[in-house]
Ligand binder design. Structure first.
Ligand code: PEP
Ligand code: MG
Length: 460
């Protein structure tokens, strides 16, 4: 048995196909990942790879694979987020998987607990086949929450929005009862084109999503490249600390024409849909002001050119760096809303790369330092009277939802498949219970002790 981090819920059983890094990267750089996967991966295959980019994972759904195992990556690496959103059983961070598992081996991928079983006995296969059945049944039971309102146990209203990568995810969001789009990650759009999409192409893509959501809010995040997300056609300088480097809003502000194209497209699309703009990786007030000044200029250009746009379009900041959380009272004066990106907030607060399995023990939302920053941010948003949501993976974790709700979060943005479970979890907690729970947790000085305390409070 091999161990990794539980990554994408579900159980997959199939026949292994090993794909090495060189083989994969060669085929991605030539842009032929679709044909490459179609040729190598048959339905029922379990893909075992050293490394998979988010784009490659998105392409795996079409091949009918049963699941996959990846040597690199952690729970909140971008590649793992895509796996979760497409609902494929997967385990990340499994050292030596490509050498221990051989082509043609039967493999069980237990994405619920983070285990991989190579060459299992028939008895174990039978046991996992039954577990898979039970898992699918429990998913079925949750379905009734898809069409329900989001209310806590004392009738306090909340909202469950969705994180999406493309129009297919938007359809899943609608099917699962998502009340809006809280985070559209535009990186996939830029990857799909194989070149930077032009203004018209972007207007079409954003409008399509806004129209599909039929007036419900759609928060579109400007390009968040860098860190573990590259684009083959953008020559990024090799950096020794890419997560601390030229990424997200920093790259956008440094490439103004490129950024202006995206902002113009977002403004134009706002004429026909309920679109808000969200800026990733804000660390200071100056960045937010610079973005807003550019938007102001672009509005005036569009007006002169006779284009329509929503003059009251909201521009919000992602709070995903400790600096942003610490000055969230000041940032709130420059932002129409906040969305807390817990994946990066944990990474930067704990100085622990979210894709590095060796420091996975630090990647925990219940680290007291992280909890304090989230509370500060929510309090400051409320103080300034602006909406605040949580869009990191923590928002879909049933054990963390009461903590976020107790701190005052009422909007959770999660991958579409998690909507019913988030709604169900919220229905089990009253505001008073959640607040008491959090006030106890905030007094505990260690992540391990907080987890211990939480185990005693599980609600089923
Ligand atoms: C986050 O950092 O929590 C987030 C939602 O953004 P991403 O995962 O795309 O970095
Ligand atoms: Mg982020």
């Amino acid at each position: 048995m091999l161990t990794g981090s539980e990554t994408s819920k579900g159980i997959g059983i199939g026949v292994a196909k090993i794909l090495g890094l060189a083989e994969l990267s060669e085929n991605v750089s030539t842009g032929s990942v679709d044909e490459f996967f179609a040729a190598h991966l048959k339905p029922g295959t379990v893909l075992v790879a050293n490394h998979l980019t988010p784009y490659m994972v998105a392409k795996l759904t079409d091949c009918g694979v049963s699941g996959f195992v990846c040597e690199t990556g952690g729970m909140t690496s971008h590649s793992a987020l895509v796996a979760r959103s497409i609902g494929l059983p997967a385990v990340y961070g499994v050292p030596n998987a490509t050498s221990v598992i051989k082509d043609g081996d039967t493999v069980i991928v237990d994405g619920i607990n983070g285990f991989v079983y190579e060459r299992p006995e028939a008895g174990l296969i039978g046991e996992f086949a039954s577990r898979k059945e039970r898992y699918l049944e429990s998913r079925k039971e949750l379905e009734r929450f898809c069409s329900m309102k989001t209310v806590m146990a004392d009738s306090e209203s909340a909202q469950v929005f969705c994180n999406v990568n493309d129009i297919v995810d938007v359809m899943h969001s609608i099917d699962n009862g998502g009340e809006g789009i809280g985070l559209y990650r535009t990186e996939n759009l830029f990857a799909e084109f194989g070149r930077a999409p032009g203004e018209e192409e972007q207007v079409r893509a954003y409008s399509r999503i806004a129209q599909a959501m039929d007036g419900h809010e759609v928060v579109i995040r400007t390009l968040d490249i860098g860190g573990d997300k590259g684009l083959p056609y953008i020559d990024m300088e090799l950096e020794s600390n890419p997560f601390l480097g030229y990424r997200a809003v920093r790259y956008s502000l440094g490439n103004r024409e490129f950024f202006a194209t995206q902002l113009r497209a977002l403004l134009r699309a706002s004429a026909s849909g309920n679109i808000s703009i969200m800026i990733p990786m804000i660390t200071c007030v100056d960045e937010m002001r610079e973005v807003k000044a550019l938007i102001y200029e672009l509005k005036s250009d569009l007006r002169d050119e006779g284009y329509e746009y929503d003059d009251n379009i909201k521009v919000g900041a992602m709070i995903e760096t400790p600096s942003a959380a610490i000055i969230s009272d000041m940032l709130a004066l420059e932002s129409d809303f906040f969305s807390i990106g817990t994946n990066d907030l944990v990474q930067y607060t704990m100085s622990a790369d979210r894709g590095n399995r060796n420091v996975a023990y630090l990647q925990s939302l219940t680290q007291p330092a992280v909890l304090r920053l989230i509370k500060t941010t929510i309090d400051n948003a409320h103080g300034a009277g602006i909406p605040v949501s949580v869009c990191g993976e923590a928002a879909s974790d049933p054990s963390l939802i009461p903590i976020l709700a107790g701190m005052g979060c009422r909007r959770f943005s999660v991958n579409p498949r998690s909507v019913p479970e988030v709604r169900r979890t919220l229905s089990l907690w009253s505001v008073a219970d959640a607040e008491k729970y959090v006030s106890d947790i905030l007094k505990i000085p260690s992540d391990n002790e907080i987890k211990e305390y939480m185990r005693g409070a599980v609600r089923i």
